[in-house]
Write a protein that binds this ligand. Structure first.
Ligand SMILES: Cc1ncc(COP(=O)(O)O)c(C=O)c1O
Length: 376
């Protein structure tokens, strides 16, 4: 038996993305070359860019391909802060490390002042506090950076009202949308984020490719210097195969989004019900147990007895269930999850679903947990 419940870390490559990449391999041109082979490669990239822009209701020129979500976050924050002459960054301690470590860099290099928005033990931010801060700094250059959905606890923020709040106070708004891009509809003509991030491997595309959304009119000087690729925004010969795969996965997820949200939400609801029934003492970290306030793909639970020896994820793994204690990028770090620590949670296991997850897999997962409990 093998069950993959770690889709917030990465997702299996879809057949559609694989086929698009294999097809793109037929062309070897350098997209910057002006001859026929080059133009064919360029056409692949520009078709994907246009497709993405039409799905997000933005301009193709606002999409800049990167090597993934981490680069998009780094670029938007560091270059955005420098170029927009930002004096105050407001973010949170429970962002992905692609943001928290950048915030630490910004602070230690004195690029601007960094403020952390308080949150409660469920990971809910104090937006009243943020509003007062924005009011008190009217006229100063401010950036707010908050992720759309937390990758560990699934908490969703209301992107529309937060972007309205930022615009009302003239603040720039960056959102790490890595977990929600191609998972939830996002109309960038209405939601006024200035910077957003996408990573192909979170929605059945390839790894090592993503994009930054940078709203037209904002100057964000290149982070990676060299050639004039991506209209001078990001040097380096483009990852044509990756972009082709990302485009196919993006289209697939947007085409099937309504059905997938319904289907995967049912799987998550079922997992919540079965966990509560079989392990009545179970607790859910963050808002992950609340369907309407969390991302439909992420569930993070804690059970005193199951977690007491700190071996649950390992025991699940040797029994064929793959899930995680938190962000995969931090698995080599000591001290546990910075998100769960910040929530004062005693620990947890994240199970995360995709369009390929099923209720039958949830049943096998529950059986495995019961077996592990008996052996404790
Ligand atoms: C919320 C969030 N931001 C950023 C990243 C980094 O994306 P990438 O793996 O493409 O660098 C991840 C991946 O784990 C993520 O979950």
């Amino acid at each position: 038996m093998s069950i993959y419940f770690d889709n917030a870390a990465t997702t299996p490559l879809s057949g559609e993305a694989k086929s698009a990449m294999i097809k793109a391999m037929e062309n070897f041109g350098n997209p910057s070359s002006t001859h026929g082979e080059g133009r064919k490669a360029k056409a692949i990239i520009e078709t994907v860019r246009k497709d993405i822009a039409s799905r997000l209701n933005c301009k193709p020129s606002e999409i800049i391909f990167t090597c993934g979500g981490t680069e998009a976050d780094n670029w938007a924050l560091i270059s955005g802060i420098k170029n927009c002459d930002v004096k105050h960054l407001y973010t949170s301690k429970i962002e992905h490390h692609a943001v928290t470590h950048v915030a630490e860099y910004i602070e230690s290099n004195k690029l601007c002042k960094v403020h952390y928005i308080p949150h409660d033990n469920k990971g809910v931010h104090d937006f009243g506090w943020l509003t007062k801060e924005l009011e008190s700094k009217t006229g100063e250059n401010i950036m707010v950076s908050l992720m759309h959905a937390n990758n560990e606890i699934g908490n969703l923020i209301d992107l529309q009202s937060l972007s309205d709040l930022c615009k009302k106070h003239g603040a720039y708004f960056h959102s790490d949308t890595v977990q929600t891009m191609a998972h939830l509809p996002l109309d960038l003509s209405k939601i006024k984020v200035d910077f957003a991030a996408c990573s192909g491997h979170k929605f059945h595309g390839p790894k090592g490719v993503g994009f930054a959304f940078v709203r037209q009119g904002l100057t964000c000087k290149p982070f990676i210097l060299g050639g004039a690729q991506e209209r001078g925004h990001r040097a380096g010969t483009e990852n044509v195969l990756g972009i082709a795969g990302l485009g196919a996965a993006f289209n697939l997820c947007f085409d099937d989004m309504v059905a997938d949200i319904l289907k995967v939400s049912e799987v998550k609801k079922y997992a919540i019900t079965r966990l509560k029934t079989e392990f009545p003492e179970v607790q859910f970290n963050g808002l992950s147990g609340e369907i309407e306030n969390s991302l439909y793909t992420v569930l993070n639970f804690y059970h005193e007895e199951l977690h007491k020896n700190g071996m649950l994820n390992f025991q699940l793994d040797i029994n064929g269930v793959q899930c995680s204690g938190g962000s995969a990028c931090s698995s080599g770090a000591t001290g546990g999850s910075h998100v769960l620590n910040s929530l004062n949670s005693p620990g947890g296991t994240r199970i995360s679903f995709s369009r390929y997850s099923s209720k039958e897999e949830v049943d096998s997962f529950i059986d495995t947990l019961q077996k592990i409990k008996l052996e404790l």
